[in-house]
Design a protein around this ligand. Structure first.
Ligand code: FMN
Length: 184
């Protein structure tokens, strides 16, 4: 009986520890990363403009993919702005030919830090009557499944979404994708 009670206590202690860990992970991945604007100047007098808005989370994988994508676009002539989602960032994205949203996937979802920002800007982009930008959505993760994109279907309605791509360790090269997007 004593062993059974110990077993039950250990079981619930483990469940509690996992829950605390998950809450910590969720808080960490959604922590605002602040205004860290980077500008890669384009070629010529009036280069096409792209903005990459990405939420880096626990490690550096999403940040690395965003930088590679930016380098590819820049090599293709684009002026590229990189920054993190948050209150510091304008919600008016008119003036860009290409808008890229990027986030890691945690527990089958993109980060709230990014999707909250998208909730503010996507309806405006969809309602715009002048030239609307091409939209690219990328996720990073360990799994090939892409249900995280399906969850955003409503948000992306009416937008000119040209690519939804998930970068896994064996996935597409981000630099090449940037170059390809610049040439389209
Ligand atoms: C707790 C946890 C949950 C994760 N859940 C998923 C998931 O549901 N799907 C997936 O593809 N990858 C998942 N991953 C892998 C991360 O998405 C992947 O490592 C990501 O590229 C990390 O990006 P970051 O370095 O910007 O944090 C998970 C990783 C951790 C640690």
């Amino acid at each position: 009986m004593k062993y059974l009670l110990h077993g039950i206590v250990i079981f619930f202690a483990l469940i509690f520890a996992v829950m605390v860990l998950m809450v910590g992970v969720v808080a960490a991945v959604n922590k605002p990363k602040g205004d860290k604007e980077q500008v890669l100047p384009g070629k010529g007098d009036r280069p096409k403009k792209a903005i990459i808005i990405y939420q880096p989370a626990l490690t550096k994988i999403t940040a690395r993919i965003a930088q590679e994508l930016a380098a590819g676009l820049n090599a293709g002539g684009y002026e590229v702005i990189l920054n993190h989602p948050g209150a510091h960032l304008s919600t008016n994205l008119s003036g860009y030919e290409l808008v890229v949203f990027g986030s890691p996937t945690y527990a089958g979802q993109l980060t709230k830090a990014l999707t909250n920002y998208m909730q503010q800007v996507c309806p405006q982009l969809a309602a715009a009557t002048d030239q609307t930008p091409r939209i690219v959505l990328f996720a990073t993760g360990g799994l090939d499944q892409t249900e995280e994109f399906d969850r955003l279907a409503g948000l992306l309605t009416g937008l000119n979404v040209v690519k939804k791509v998930k970068f896994t360790s064996k996935g597409q090269n981000a630099y090449d994708l940037g170059l390809e997007l610049a040439q389209e």
